[in-house]
Design a protein around this ligand. Structure first.
Ligand code: C2O
Ligand code: CU
Length: 467
């Protein structure tokens, strides 16, 4: 008899369509152009999410009929969304079918150090090899996953996916979905452009084709009065997404580390690379209208950044009459300020220069480049206060692995809203004070700028947490 090769059985089964949302307002808008598969959970235990993930080459159809050669998780960009409940165990059977080593980092998930996918956690997974990632997901929120090897190549070519962890008290919305933002820079041959010149190395790559969920020019159906929940992830290499939707306001209900204390309305959002925001969008537009979510200009230093607004995503209002509006969302749990009295702040300075002799850009932390930056050493249970100083004109989105932090102040001015973050904007010449407490999980934890070219040119270092 004829049998399928085992490898096809193991990996060819595909991922499930996104879970249909419970809705008072018709079909799930994410079922169409913005659809992202959900990773198939093959473990019957309701508290264990066990999935297969394979990094492999594939074709990425970013617009109808337009394809580029890509690196994918399970054949799609973004990779399948990993969905779980807070407290679940996640097991990922990962296989590398690329021609180069890779790892997976679970950005924002408080995993044990050995599961963090960073250069200190594990030797990279060789081509053809497998690795089992196993961890619990303690926090409700929106996270994401990506390699921590050759980031500017592997992530640019499509290796990224969202992680959605739900808690007991989620704000009410009619529908929800992920909006994973990215952009593509294409060469003359229509393929993803190879690594660029010194300017790209310095500024980080910004593409010319804006993408939502791996697609350009997609539309998002909406209905008047409907409340949509958008879990937005910035998976781009260097683009800062300053977003506005004319005629609408966003209500921010969550940041990197989960729910905010008090939902806040805002006309604009800003997501630096690596950032997430969880927002409610009320359908205040008229039936039949087609407002466009825009990326607004943003200058991030040295002439980098968008100079004119760009259309990102068109919303299409159904002709149906408006649904009755929902009540404003309830407050989230209180976020206690970390007590920092008596803690001596550490200064962590980010800077850059061009080494003209070597024709390369050098990005530094405390004047040294990774891997030559001395570790910061602390202990489990100690409170850490860091003054992040940006000595350069260019903005550097700061990311810390393993622990959420609170922003205490910016240039000495107390931060208005308390929230838990793992990725924040660090403006040119700015000084940002953050506080956090490594509560457990000793080990080596990376901190770095999330502009991928800057990571690769040295703007990364290690926090060592001793038991
Ligand atoms: Cu999004 Cu060190 O990572
Ligand atoms: Cu940077």
């Amino acid at each position: 008899t004829w049998t399928l090769p085992a490898v096809l059985i193991a990996v060819g089964c595909g991922d499930a369509p996104a879970t249909p949302a419970v809705t008072r307002s018709g079909p799930d808008p994410w079922a169409a152009a913005l659809r992202v598969a959900t990773a198939v959970d093959r473990n019957p235990d309701p508290r264990v999410v066990e999935i297969d993930l394979e990094a492999r080459f594939g074709e990425w159809e970013y617009a109808p009929g337009r394809r580029v050669r890509a690196m994918t998780y399970n054949g799609s960009v973004p990779g399948p969304t990993i969905e779980a409940r807070a407290g679940d165990t996640v097991v990922v059977h990962f296989t590398n079918r690329l021609d180069q080593p890779t790892t997976i980092h679970w950005h924002g998930v408080r995993v044990p150090a050995a599961m963090d996918g960073s250069p200190h956690s594990q030797p990279p997974v060789a081509p053809g090899a497998s690795f089992e990632y196993r961890f619990t997901v303690p926090d409700a929120g929106t996270f994401w996953y990506h390699p921590h090897v050759a980031e500017s190549v592997q992530m640019e070519r499509g290796l990224y996916g969202a992680i959605v962890v739900r808690g007991d008290r989620e704000p009410r919305a009619d529908v929800e979905g992920v909006l994973v933002l990215d952009d593509l820079l294409l060469g003359a041959d229509g393929q993803i452009a190879p690594t660029g010149d010194l300017v790209e190395q310095h500024n980080g790559r910004e593409g010319t084709v804006p993408l939502v969920n791996g697609r350009a020019g997609a539309e998002l159906p909406i209905r008047a009065g409907q409340r949509q929940r958008w879990r937005i992830v910035n998976a781009g290499s260097a683009r800062f997404y300053r977003l506005a939707l004319p005629g609408h306001r966003f209500t921010v209900v969550g940041t990197d580390g989960g729910p905010v204390e008090t939902p806040r309305a805002s006309d604009e959002l800003l997501l630096v690379p690596g950032d997430r925001l969880d927002v409610l969008v009320d359908g205040t537009g008229a039936p039949g209208s087609t407002p466009v979510l825009q990326v607004l200009p943003y200058a991030r230093g040295h002439g980098a950044g968008l100079t004119e607004a760009v259309d990102l995503l068109r919303l299409r209002y159904a002709a149906d009459p408006a649904l009755p509006a929902l009540d404003p969302p309830a407050a989230g749990a209180r976020i206690e300020p970390l007590a920092t009295d008596g803690v001596t702040p550490r200064t962590v300075t980010f800077d850059e220069h061009i080494d003209r002799d070597a024709e390369r850009v050098v990005f530094t932390i405390n004047d040294r480049s990774y891997p030559d930056v001395p570790d910061i050493v602390t202990r489990v249970g100690a409170t850490e206060v860091w003054d992040l100083v940006n000595a350069s004109e260019m903005e550097h989105p700061f990311h810390l692995h393993g622990f959420f932090f609170q922003v205490v102040s910016r240039n000495g001015l107390p931060e208005g809203q308390r929230s838990w973050e793992d990725t924040i904007q660090l403006r040119g010449e700015e000084r940002v004070r953050i506080a956090f407490r490594p509560d457990a999980r000793p080990g080596h934890w990376m901190y770095h700028c999330h502009i991928l070219e800057h990571v690769e040119h040295g703007m990364m270092a290690t926090l060592r947490v001793e038991p």
